[in-house]
Design a binder for this molecule. Structure first.
Ligand code: C2E
Ligand code: MG
Ligand code: MG
Length: 742
């Protein structure tokens, strides 16, 4: 039998109990400590067990000859699997004191303890055996070889199980910590560096290593392999090509790992494979020793855990790309544009301006020619913007049909941008002539952060959309003051509407040939509570802007239908009521049907209801409005074009609109006093006649005006000369005294 410990070592240990050297790192062996004051027991035990292999590992023996020596040894050597411990040594219970110290002071819970004693009388209490987790108790006479072997094997087994459980718990904790740390790293470089550090710490090494990834998998060797992360003295090589490492061993190991798609464990280093279908990476760890089985398992679990993280990080980078780049035009999207605004504002606001360009009637292109063509148009516009301003300005796509520019004010002028829209744009086989509306904000006029500036440009853009004469507007601070005021007004309007405080007043309309009242226009009134009213000219645009007009408008139509019914009940059978309708109402797909339903519900003659629309409503979306009006018309409902004037953008639409009546704008009536002031009104009235439409002049305040429009051939009039708008009771009184059609 060959003993692992020589006699010299034995003697050395015996002589110098206290000066115990720490053990070398443990691999492939089980360490046993024999504690006994009887030298012979040491020798016998060693001889009995020297050949034994337990779970494939050899035994290594350590010796202590007193309780105190045992504790000193254990303080420095914690990797002991089993202690064979004599109970009676320097004192009768020296062994029991050692047990207590091992468990309580040293906190060594994993080590297994086999107690031995010379005489049965010294057997410890059962409670002690339980309390101190003692595996076995034997009298020395019982310790035949076979009994000793059985005892040692079962102790080592239980030691290994306890250790595995504990280490798994510890390892899992580490993995969880490591994993959650890593998932917070959003850049691939941080993540990679974290992986190297975490793996090193998992296996108890100082972090020295690199993580490399194959950037493009074209099969050619080291060309495309980059160092993504590194710790220790490899850190300076982050982002370099692998070749730069100047260490043939690492390069070779990493390439081999990537090629074979598997981990490589050697006595000097460890190379771990990390990958999925699209990306693969290798982690090289310098270990200078073989990695234990248990640590390998830990690393496996860790790797499967972080490969999710690796995917997340690469995914995150794609997401980040998607989050900042508009996929269609490949230019910055709203997020990125906001950032750019912020940066420009911070660095150089003086001469820079932010611009939003809104394509007019883009939905016509999308609906009429298809989304494909719409997309191509947007790409075409982007291209032209980039060609013209790409060198000096930043260009992004902020909304479906809204582009953003940031650049020098003297270059990004309304004229320069308008110039780009002078020529048609190519979108597949179509050549499309489009117009745009622009909002501008000089960065020095906006003290805001990125989003705030964007809001300012939008304010200007929305202002520009309301202009008739020009298609752009510059932001000014006053606009925002007005905005705040308007916002509080809007809140009040919403509240008052919900409290049923809005009223509908009626202004009579008179036929010029008979002087009979033939109908009336319904006009909203918003009482302020002190006998005054907020002008519809003020609050209607607000309600339109906010969309509240959809609900209010529905209420107006319902009130008007009810009024027609009431008038009938009062004996006024053929009294027409004209109702003003705004664009947002038309945009609501249920609008037309809701009007028809309302007429049906009140069982009124649909011809008694007339809808007044303005040119701006028509021009906002001509096709849709024409379709809606056709449906209404086919149901018998009348349509008038309100505030008709010279600004009508396209007379060709006038022929396509299913109209009954043209209302001549008050402005042209007012002009009668000026030389040649009546020309426009006359032209409009003639145009109406040509188109076979009835005409009505609004804003008639004097008998002269009435006579003039009558002479021009106008059919009907409305104005203060006859009556102001009034609430229902006053209206009924007025009608009672007027000539009406029965
Ligand atoms: P509108 O449709 O052009 O209405 C005619 C406006 O001219 C009314 O102003 C009316 O009071 C005023 N008016 C009538 N005759 C005379 C006159 O002889 N001299 C003068 N100086 N003014 C006269 P109001 O009631 O202030 O309404 C202003 C605008 O508000 C309306 O212009 C219409 O566009 C809008 N509006 C009113 N009610 C509604 C509604 O229920 N829905 C929608 N969408 N808009 C409405
Ligand atoms: Mg009107
Ligand atoms: Mg009008």
């Amino acid at each position: 039998m060959v003993s692992k410990v020589t006699d010299e070592e034995f003697l050395f240990l015996a002589e110098d109990e206290a000066a115990v050297e720490p053990l070398p790192q443990v691999t492939g062996e089980w360490h046993l400590l024999i504690v006994d004051d009887d030298e012979e027991i040491h020798t016998v035990t060693r001889l009995a067990l020297s050949d034994l292999l337990v779970l494939g590992r050899k035994l290594v023996f350590h010796h202590a000859y007193s309780g105190k020596a045992a504790i000193d040894f254990l303080k420095k050597n914690r990797h002991i699997a089993v202690i064979l411990l004599d109970v009676v040594m320097e004192s009768d219970d020296a062994g029991l004191i050692v047990v207590q110290q091992i468990r309580e002071q040293l906190g060594m819970d994993e080590v297994r303890i086999v107690l031995r004693t010379g005489q049965p009388g010294y057997a410890p209490e059962e409670s002690v055996i339980k309390e101190y987790d003692i595996n076995d108790y034997k009298t020395k006479t019982e310790l035949t070889r076979s009994k000793l072997v059985t005892s040692i094997i079962s102790s080592i087994r239980s030691y290994q199980q306890i250790r595995t459980i504990n280490q798994n718990r510890l390892g899992l904790q580490k993995i969880i910590n490591a994993g959650s740390n890593l998932l917070e790293q959003h850049s691939l470089h941080e993540f990679s560096e974290g992986v190297v550090t975490q793996i090193s710490s998992l296996i108890g090494l100082h972090a020295e290593g690199v993580l490399c990834a194959q950037i493009e998998d074209d099969g050619s060797a080291s060309e495309n392999v980059y160092v993504l992360g590194a710790a220790g003295h490899y850190a300076p090589f982050i982002k370099c090509k692998l070749e730069r490492l100047n260490n043939p061993r690492i390069i070779q190991q990493i390439l081999q790992c990537l090629q074979q798609k598997r981990h490589i464990f050697t006595a000097f280093d460890t190379v771990l494979y990390l990958g999925n279908a699209d990306n693969c990476a290798a982690v090289y760890i310098e270990s200078n020793r073989p990695i234990e089985d248990f640590d390998r398992q830990l690393i496996e679990v860790f790797l499967s855990n972080i490969s999710v993280g690796y995917e997340n990080v690469t995914l995150f980078q794609q997401l980040k790309h998607a989050a900042y780049i508009d996929p269609l035009t490949k230019t910055p999207n709203r997020n990125e544009f906001t950032q750019l605004l912020q940066e420009t504002q911070r660095l150089d606001p003086t001469d820079n301006v932010a611009v939003l360009i809104d394509i007019d009637h883009f939905s016509d292109v999308n609906d009429g020619l298809g989304q494909e063509v719409g997309n191509e148009l947007l790409i075409s516009v982007t291209r032209r913007l980039v060609e013209a301003f790409g060198d000096v300005a930043q260009i992004g796509r902020i909304g479906a049909d809204v582009f953003g520019l940031i650049g020098p004010e003297h270059i990004l002028t309304p004229a320069a941008i308008n110039c780009l829209f002078a020529q048609p744009f190519q979108a597949s086989e179509h050549s499309l002539q489009i117009n745009a509306t622009m909002g501008f904000c000089r960065l020095k006029d906006s003290v805001r952060q990125g989003l705030g500036i964007l809001k300012h440009v939008y304010i200007a853009l929305n202002r520009a959309k309301k202009h008739v004469s020009q298609n752009f507007e510059f932001y000014s601070v006053e606009m925002e003051d007005q905005m705040a005021e308007r916002l509080s007004m809007l809140r009040q309007l919403r509240l008052d509407f919900s409290l049923d405080k809005l009223q509908l007043w009626y202004q009579p309309q008179i036929a010029l040939d008979t002087n009979k009242v033939i109908g009336m226009e319904a006009l909203l009134r918003w009482p302020t509570g002190n006998g005054n009213f907020v002008s519809p000219a003020v609050f209607i645009p607000l309600a339109e802007y906010s969309g509240l007009i959809v609900e209010i408008g529905a209420w107006v139509i319902q009130q008007a239908c009810q009024q027609i019914k009431l008038l009938q009940a009062q004996g006024f059978q053929r009294m027409r009521i004209a109702v003003n309708v705004s664009m947002p109402q038309f945009r609501n797909p249920l609008f037309v049907q809701s009007v028809i339903d309302c007429v049906d519900r009140y069982q009124i003659d649909p011809q008694m209801l007339e809808l007044e629309i303005t040119e701006s409503v028509v021009m906002d979306d001509p096709k849709m409005v024409i379709a809606s009006l056709n449906r209404l018309k086919s149901h018998g409902i009348k349509v008038a074009i309100d505030d008709f004037g010279i600004g009508f953008s396209s007379l060709s639409y006038l022929q396509q609109l299913p109209l009954d009546r043209i209302k001549v704008d008050r402005a042209f009536i007012r002009d009668f006093a000026k030389p040649n002031g009546a020309v426009i009104a006359e032209t409009i009235i003639n145009l109406g006649k040509r188109l076979g439409l009835a005409t009505i002049a609004e804003g008639i305040e004097t008998a002269e005006q009435a006579a003039a429009v009558k002479a021009m051939g106008c059919d009907e009039v409305q104005g203060f000369l006859y009556a102001k708008p009034m609430p229902t009771p006053a209206l009924l009184e007025f009608l009672a005294q007027s000539k009406v059609d029965e």
